[in-house]
Design a protein around this ligand. Structure first.
Ligand code: PGA
Length: 261
Protein backbone atom coordinates (compact mmCIF):
# COMPACT_ATOMS: atom_id res chain seq x y z
CA UNK A 1 0.00 0.00 0.00
CA UNK A 2 1.33 3.44 -0.88
CA UNK A 3 2.41 5.68 1.94
CA UNK A 4 -0.29 8.28 2.54
CA UNK A 5 1.36 10.01 5.47
CA UNK A 6 1.40 13.77 5.05
CA UNK A 7 4.89 15.29 5.37
CA UNK A 8 5.43 17.55 8.39
CA UNK A 9 8.32 20.01 8.60
CA UNK A 10 8.66 21.72 11.97
CA UNK A 11 10.83 24.65 12.99
CA UNK A 12 12.05 24.44 16.58
CA UNK A 13 13.27 27.94 17.38
CA UNK A 14 14.53 26.96 20.83
CA UNK A 15 15.39 30.06 22.92
CA UNK A 16 15.67 32.44 19.95
CA UNK A 17 13.62 35.40 18.63
CA UNK A 18 11.69 37.81 20.88
CA UNK A 19 8.05 38.43 19.96
CA UNK A 20 8.86 41.22 17.49
CA UNK A 21 11.40 39.04 15.71
CA UNK A 22 8.92 36.16 15.82
CA UNK A 23 6.26 38.18 13.99
CA UNK A 24 8.76 39.20 11.30
CA UNK A 25 10.01 35.65 10.91
CA UNK A 26 6.53 34.23 10.47
CA UNK A 27 5.58 36.97 7.99
CA UNK A 28 8.71 36.35 5.92
CA UNK A 29 8.15 32.60 6.07
CA UNK A 30 4.56 32.92 4.85
CA UNK A 31 5.80 35.12 2.01
CA UNK A 32 8.53 32.65 1.04
CA UNK A 33 6.16 29.67 0.90
CA UNK A 34 3.70 29.26 -1.94
CA UNK A 35 0.34 27.45 -2.07
CA UNK A 36 1.98 24.38 -3.66
CA UNK A 37 4.25 24.08 -0.63
CA UNK A 38 1.27 24.09 1.72
CA UNK A 39 -0.61 21.63 -0.47
CA UNK A 40 2.33 19.22 -0.29
CA UNK A 41 3.66 19.70 3.25
CA UNK A 42 2.40 20.60 6.73
CA UNK A 43 4.63 23.33 8.19
CA UNK A 44 4.77 24.18 11.90
CA UNK A 45 6.68 26.80 13.89
CA UNK A 46 7.61 26.31 17.54
CA UNK A 47 8.50 29.69 19.08
CA UNK A 48 9.35 30.38 22.73
CA UNK A 49 6.28 30.73 25.00
CA UNK A 50 6.51 34.53 25.13
CA UNK A 51 6.04 34.69 21.34
CA UNK A 52 3.14 32.31 20.91
CA UNK A 53 0.29 34.80 21.36
CA UNK A 54 1.86 37.20 18.84
CA UNK A 55 2.52 34.40 16.38
CA UNK A 56 -1.04 33.11 16.77
CA UNK A 57 -2.46 36.57 16.10
CA UNK A 58 -0.47 37.11 12.91
CA UNK A 59 -1.09 33.58 11.59
CA UNK A 60 -4.84 33.79 12.21
CA UNK A 61 -5.41 37.37 11.10
CA UNK A 62 -3.47 36.86 7.85
CA UNK A 63 -4.93 33.37 7.36
CA UNK A 64 -1.47 31.85 6.99
CA UNK A 65 -1.38 28.08 6.52
CA UNK A 66 1.20 27.60 9.26
CA UNK A 67 0.63 25.33 12.24
CA UNK A 68 1.29 26.83 15.67
CA UNK A 69 3.57 24.72 17.82
CA UNK A 70 5.21 24.80 21.23
CA UNK A 71 8.53 23.36 22.43
CA UNK A 72 7.47 21.92 25.75
CA UNK A 73 4.80 22.00 28.46
CA UNK A 74 3.96 20.65 31.91
CA UNK A 75 1.65 17.69 32.31
CA UNK A 76 -0.70 19.21 34.89
CA UNK A 77 -3.58 21.48 33.93
CA UNK A 78 -2.72 24.02 36.63
CA UNK A 79 -1.08 24.26 40.03
CA UNK A 80 1.93 25.36 42.03
CA UNK A 81 4.59 24.78 39.36
CA UNK A 82 6.52 28.03 39.22
CA UNK A 83 7.76 28.83 35.75
CA UNK A 84 5.78 26.14 33.96
CA UNK A 85 3.12 26.38 31.24
CA UNK A 86 0.22 23.95 31.08
CA UNK A 87 -1.18 22.09 28.09
CA UNK A 88 -4.54 23.81 28.68
CA UNK A 89 -2.88 27.21 28.26
CA UNK A 90 -1.31 26.15 24.99
CA UNK A 91 -4.53 24.67 23.64
CA UNK A 92 -6.24 28.00 24.38
CA UNK A 93 -3.76 29.69 22.00
CA UNK A 94 -4.63 27.20 19.24
CA UNK A 95 -1.32 25.44 19.58
CA UNK A 96 -1.70 22.20 17.65
CA UNK A 97 1.70 20.50 18.04
CA UNK A 98 3.87 20.26 21.14
CA UNK A 99 7.45 18.91 21.14
CA UNK A 100 7.82 16.51 24.06
CA UNK A 101 11.05 15.06 25.45
CA UNK A 102 13.50 16.97 23.26
CA UNK A 103 17.03 15.81 24.13
CA UNK A 104 17.82 19.30 25.50
CA UNK A 105 14.89 18.96 27.92
CA UNK A 106 16.05 15.50 28.90
CA UNK A 107 19.76 16.33 29.22
CA UNK A 108 19.73 19.93 30.48
CA UNK A 109 16.52 19.92 32.52
CA UNK A 110 16.50 16.31 33.67
CA UNK A 111 13.24 15.16 32.08
CA UNK A 112 12.79 11.45 32.59
CA UNK A 113 11.01 8.91 30.40
CA UNK A 114 8.17 9.02 32.91
CA UNK A 115 7.85 12.83 32.62
CA UNK A 116 7.81 12.42 28.86
CA UNK A 117 5.05 9.81 29.07
CA UNK A 118 2.91 12.05 31.27
CA UNK A 119 3.44 15.05 29.01
CA UNK A 120 2.64 13.05 25.89
CA UNK A 121 -0.65 11.90 27.44
CA UNK A 122 -1.47 15.42 28.65
CA UNK A 123 -0.88 16.98 25.23
CA UNK A 124 -3.25 14.43 23.69
CA UNK A 125 -5.82 14.98 26.44
CA UNK A 126 -5.97 18.66 25.50
CA UNK A 127 -6.59 17.89 21.83
CA UNK A 128 -3.08 18.66 20.64
CA UNK A 129 -0.52 16.42 18.93
CA UNK A 130 2.78 15.54 20.59
CA UNK A 131 6.05 15.35 18.70
CA UNK A 132 7.75 12.76 20.89
CA UNK A 133 11.55 12.99 20.57
CA UNK A 134 14.04 10.16 20.86
CA UNK A 135 17.68 9.70 19.93
CA UNK A 136 21.03 8.38 21.03
CA UNK A 137 24.27 10.03 22.19
CA UNK A 138 27.58 9.63 20.37
CA UNK A 139 28.75 7.12 22.99
CA UNK A 140 25.59 5.04 22.69
CA UNK A 141 25.96 5.06 18.94
CA UNK A 142 29.61 4.02 19.08
CA UNK A 143 28.65 1.12 21.35
CA UNK A 144 25.99 -0.04 18.87
CA UNK A 145 23.19 1.06 21.18
CA UNK A 146 21.13 3.24 18.84
CA UNK A 147 18.26 0.83 18.31
CA UNK A 148 17.99 -0.09 21.98
CA UNK A 149 17.97 3.55 23.13
CA UNK A 150 15.36 4.62 20.62
CA UNK A 151 13.22 1.56 21.32
CA UNK A 152 13.28 2.20 25.06
CA UNK A 153 12.41 5.88 24.74
CA UNK A 154 9.55 5.31 22.32
CA UNK A 155 8.04 2.44 24.34
CA UNK A 156 8.25 4.48 27.54
CA UNK A 157 6.86 7.66 25.96
CA UNK A 158 3.86 5.93 24.41
CA UNK A 159 3.01 3.63 27.33
CA UNK A 160 -0.69 3.58 28.11
CA UNK A 161 -1.85 5.17 24.84
CA UNK A 162 -4.45 3.53 22.59
CA UNK A 163 -3.81 2.43 19.01
CA UNK A 164 -5.78 5.41 17.68
CA UNK A 165 -3.88 7.87 19.84
CA UNK A 166 -0.54 6.52 18.67
CA UNK A 167 -1.68 6.53 15.04
CA UNK A 168 -2.32 10.27 15.26
CA UNK A 169 0.94 11.40 16.77
CA UNK A 170 4.39 12.36 15.57
CA UNK A 171 7.71 10.86 16.67
CA UNK A 172 10.99 12.63 15.97
CA UNK A 173 14.23 10.69 15.73
CA UNK A 174 16.99 13.12 16.62
CA UNK A 175 20.47 11.66 17.17
CA UNK A 176 21.95 13.88 19.88
CA UNK A 177 25.36 13.98 18.21
CA UNK A 178 23.75 15.56 15.13
CA UNK A 179 21.86 18.36 16.93
CA UNK A 180 23.40 21.76 16.35
CA UNK A 181 26.73 20.19 15.39
CA UNK A 182 26.58 20.36 11.61
CA UNK A 183 26.87 16.55 11.59
CA UNK A 184 23.83 15.02 9.92
CA UNK A 185 22.96 11.35 10.03
CA UNK A 186 23.29 9.86 6.58
CA UNK A 187 19.92 9.28 4.91
CA UNK A 188 20.54 5.55 5.43
CA UNK A 189 21.18 6.00 9.17
CA UNK A 190 18.08 8.17 9.51
CA UNK A 191 16.03 5.59 7.63
CA UNK A 192 17.38 2.75 9.75
CA UNK A 193 16.45 4.44 13.06
CA UNK A 194 13.06 5.65 11.77
CA UNK A 195 12.33 2.10 10.65
CA UNK A 196 13.15 0.85 14.13
CA UNK A 197 10.74 3.44 15.58
CA UNK A 198 7.98 2.29 13.24
CA UNK A 199 8.69 -1.30 14.24
CA UNK A 200 8.30 -0.42 17.92
CA UNK A 201 4.91 1.10 17.15
CA UNK A 202 3.89 -1.95 15.11
CA UNK A 203 4.89 -4.32 17.92
CA UNK A 204 3.12 -2.38 20.64
CA UNK A 205 0.17 -0.73 18.90
CA UNK A 206 -0.39 -2.67 15.68
CA UNK A 207 0.37 -2.33 11.98
CA UNK A 208 -2.32 0.28 11.31
CA UNK A 209 -0.94 2.65 13.93
CA UNK A 210 2.59 2.05 12.61
CA UNK A 211 1.53 2.85 9.05
CA UNK A 212 -0.20 6.06 10.19
CA UNK A 213 2.26 7.50 12.72
CA UNK A 214 4.45 10.23 11.27
CA UNK A 215 8.19 10.03 11.95
CA UNK A 216 10.49 13.03 11.60
CA UNK A 217 14.26 13.16 11.41
CA UNK A 218 16.06 16.01 13.18
CA UNK A 219 19.68 17.06 13.57
CA UNK A 220 21.47 19.64 11.40
CA UNK A 221 18.84 19.58 8.67
CA UNK A 222 19.63 22.07 5.90
CA UNK A 223 18.19 22.81 2.46
CA UNK A 224 20.98 20.74 0.91
CA UNK A 225 20.32 17.52 2.86
CA UNK A 226 16.52 17.75 3.20
CA UNK A 227 15.60 16.07 -0.13
CA UNK A 228 17.72 12.94 0.46
CA UNK A 229 16.40 12.59 4.00
CA UNK A 230 12.80 13.02 2.85
CA UNK A 231 13.26 10.38 0.15
CA UNK A 232 13.67 7.69 2.79
CA UNK A 233 10.54 5.53 3.09
CA UNK A 234 10.19 5.85 6.87
CA UNK A 235 11.10 9.57 7.11
CA UNK A 236 7.85 11.54 6.97
CA UNK A 237 9.14 14.91 8.05
CA UNK A 238 11.92 17.00 9.54
CA UNK A 239 12.42 18.72 12.88
CA UNK A 240 14.65 21.69 12.15
CA UNK A 241 16.48 23.79 14.73
CA UNK A 242 19.10 26.30 13.60
CA UNK A 243 18.03 26.43 9.98
CA UNK A 244 14.43 27.28 10.94
CA UNK A 245 15.44 30.65 12.43
CA UNK A 246 16.05 32.07 8.97
CA UNK A 247 12.71 32.06 7.12
CA UNK A 248 14.30 31.84 3.67
CA UNK A 249 16.46 28.89 4.64
CA UNK A 250 13.49 27.16 6.31
CA UNK A 251 11.35 27.75 3.22
CA UNK A 252 14.09 26.17 1.07
CA UNK A 253 13.91 23.09 3.30
CA UNK A 254 10.13 22.93 2.84
CA UNK A 255 10.70 23.24 -0.92
CA UNK A 256 12.42 19.80 -0.92
CA UNK A 257 9.19 18.44 -2.43
CA UNK A 258 9.74 20.36 -5.63
CA UNK A 259 12.99 18.43 -6.12
CA UNK A 260 11.75 14.95 -5.34
CA UNK A 261 8.22 15.36 -6.74
P1 PGA B 1 19.45 21.58 14.69
O1 PGA B 1 18.43 21.21 15.88
O2 PGA B 1 18.66 21.53 13.40
O3 PGA B 1 19.95 22.93 15.00
O4 PGA B 1 20.52 20.52 14.69
C1 PGA B 1 17.45 20.23 15.73
C2 PGA B 1 16.63 20.08 16.99
O5 PGA B 1 17.20 20.14 18.09
O6 PGA B 1 15.40 19.93 16.94
Amino acid sequence: MANTRRPLISGNWKMHHNHFEAIQTVQKLAYALNPADHDAVDVSVHPPFTDIRSVQTVIESDEMRLIIGAQHCHFEEKGAFTGEVSPAMLAKLNVALVIVGHSERREVFGETDDDVRRKTAAVIAYGMTPILCCGETQEERAAGGTDAKVTGQVKAGLAGLSQDQVAGLVIAYEPIWAIGTGLTATPEDAQSACRVVRGVVADGWGREAADAVRIQYGGSVKPVNAPDLMMQPDVDGLLVGGASLDPDEFARIVAYHRLIG
